[in-house]
Write a protein that binds this ligand. Structure first.
Ligand SMILES: NC(=O)c1ccc[n+]([C@@H]2O[C@H](COP(=O)([O-])OP(=O)(O)OC[C@H]3O[C@@H](n4cnc5c(N)ncnc54)[C@H](OP(=O)(O)O)[C@@H]3O)[C@@H](O)[C@H]2O)c1
Length: 231
């Protein structure tokens, strides 16, 4: 059975990924900042013994290295970099940008997933599927940006896309496939209540896209259902 490592596993899309992968029998390494507060995830881990919960704060790159060391020798099939922050807050648009928040947003949305890819490369090489998934956003697309705003979030996802494109090229010879994936606009704490899609539908479609994704497609930016998206 496949082993999937999921970041931001305590709520939103991450929790739903845990639920669906666990239900299909995969070994799920569920990472979250504060396991003692992650009640929904703890409940899920009671239901499915194939979920193991670990503490991981992605703002701490040293912790990422330590965690990778802790899992030394473990084969990982899919590294699912799901955790993310929005960063932008009302009243902090252009003219009033919060640079401290911007740094934090870049740290969680860009540095952490790339660091995870570096730290867990040996584990992925031991795995069968050898896939890195970066949950990005269409808001990182320059072509799609017709409304402006959200400078922190948009720039972080655009940077994530650029970085992951290089991670794909740099690791192609090692047969590591990198998928940059947009989940759609989904009802979660981040997506809000007006979002048209529920988490189970988005995650089901993303899982199908992840399952069929092949090395030849590495470095592409796809929607939840596998449709190609513009940078
Ligand atoms: N929902 C949408 O419509 C939508 C659209 C496009 C892209 N996305 C992307 O999809 C991914 C999941 O989003 P979501 O909608 O599920 O958001 P969410 O409900 O706000 O969940 C975000 C997750 O990221 C975790 N996280 C934040 N900072 C962290 C840190 N320093 N260390 C570890 N974990 C951290 C959160 O943990 P805590 O509970 O500890 O904060 C939480 O588990 C994100 O990358 C997001 O950008 C979402």
């Amino acid at each position: 059975m496949a082993t999937i490592l999921i970041t931001g596993a305590n709520r939103g899309l991450g929790l739903e990924f845990c639920k669906q992968y666990a239900a299909e029998g995969a070994n799920v390494i569920a990472c979250c900042r504060e396991p003692q507060k992650a009640t929904a995830l703890a409940q899920l881990a009671k239901e499915y013994t194939n979920i193991s919960v670990f503490a991981l704060d992605l703002s701490d790159l040293v912790q990422i290295d330590q965690f990778a060391k802790q899992l030394d020798g473990t084969a990982i099939d899919v590294l699912l970099n799901n955790a993310g922050v929005y960063g932008d807050t009302s009243g902090h648009g252009f003219g009033h940008l919060d640079y401290c928040e911007w740094q934090k947003t870049m740290s969680i949305n860009v540095f952490a997933p790339v660091k995870m890819a570096e730290a867990f490369l040996p584990h992925l090489q031991r795995g069968t599927q050898k896939k890195i998934v970066a949950i990005s956003s269409l808001m990182g697309s320059m072509t799609d940006n017709g409304s402006g705003g959200s400078i922190l979030y948009r720039s972080s996802k655009a940077a994530l896309n650029a970085a992951m494109k290089s991670v794909a090229i740099d690791n192609r010879a090692k047969k590591i496939a990198v998928l940059i994936l947009h989940p759609g606009w989904v009802k979660t704490d981040m997506g809000g209540s007006n979002a048209p899609m529920e988490s189970p539908e988005s995650v089901k479609k993303m899982r199908e896209t992840i399952a069929t994704f092949a090395l030849e497609q590495s470095g592409t930016f796809l929607r939840f259902d596998g449709k190609s998206l513009p940078w």
